[in-house]
Ligand binder design. Structure first.
Ligand SMILES: [Mg+2]
Length: 262
């Protein structure tokens, strides 16, 4: 059975502390998820409402951190560049299947293209039978969104996992009203580790903020290397710190880079 957000939240009261994170420091390396962390979740990924103040806030924060700010997201890099035009921050897209370093170099960790095509066909055939599902083709991965038909949650999780277990080296992971299909190996923790091996992130304390299940590998990694993990919203988590919502995240970040500095 698929647990609801409320049920996960009830468990979180026992499972995780509610401590606010310590203040950001200009010597930190800051890693931020996007959806549910910097922007509120929307009925579909292309319908998020990006506050015009977000782009200057991120630009200003990046300057204060000497460039040590990266976005770590399930979205494709192309999609993020469309949402935040002109910013061109370092990004790990599709949970680390693609990564853009600070110097602009691109790193791809994609699976076999023929396997992706096969999975795409199988997922499309399933979605065609269930109106209301949205299949997002991100390039190296897929996401099946059931936000419009939440009653299909159990069916979607079971069916997509079943499809993916037939395919070696690929994984299906549930998130908020979606299931992601992507090659095994890349995850947000590995993407953060790769950034930390490069300038200007190397040698800094990593701080990672995210809201969903796919962020947990990032939380575990940064805490293992002495960093700070911050979970946004309810739900059990490995993160030691928590902020309640997107507004609280942006307020917390802005203590480092006030809007007037943008
Ligand atoms: Mg998120």
């Amino acid at each position: 059975m698929i647990e609801t957000q409320t049920q996960r939240g009830a468990g979180a009261a026992r499972a995780a502390p509610r401590r606010r994170p310590p203040p950001l420091d200009a010597t930190d390396a800051l890693f931020l998820d996007i959806d549910g962390t910097l922007v509120d979740l929307a009925p579909a990924p292309d319908r998020v409402d990006v506050d015009p103040a977000l782009r200057p806030m991120l630009a200003s924060t990046s300057r204060v951190l000497d460039g040590a700010l990266a976005l770590i997201t399930g979205r494709s890099i192309r999609d993020v560049d469309r949402l935040l035009p002109g910013l061109a921050l370092p990004i790990a897209g599709q949970h680390g299947c693609e990564r853009r370093s600070r110097d602009g170099a691109m790193h791809l960790h994609a699976g076999d293209p023929a396997t992706l095509d096969r999975l795409r066909d199988l997922v499309a055939a399933f979605a065609t039978r269930h109106p209301g599902l949205l299949v997002e083709h991100k390039g190296a991965s897929l996401a099946v969104h059931y936000r419009a038909v939440p009653e299909l949650a159990g069916l979607v999780h079971r069916s997509i996992r079943h499809v993916v277990t037939e395919v070696d080296g690929w994984t299906a992971e549930g998130g908020k009203k979606l299931v992601e299909v992507r090659p095994g190996g890349p995850d947000k923790g590995r993407a953060i580790a790769q950034f930390l091996a490069e300038a200007p992130f190397a040698g800094r304390r990593p701080v990672f903020v995210g809201d969903d299940r796919g962020d947990e590998p990032g939380f575990r990694f940064v805490q293992r290397v002495g960093g700070v993990a911050v979970k946004v919203g309810k739900g059990s988590t490995f993160a030691r710190y928590r902020l309640p919502d997107v507004d609280a995240v942006r307020t917390w970040i802005s203590t480092l880079a006030p809007p007037s500095a943008a």
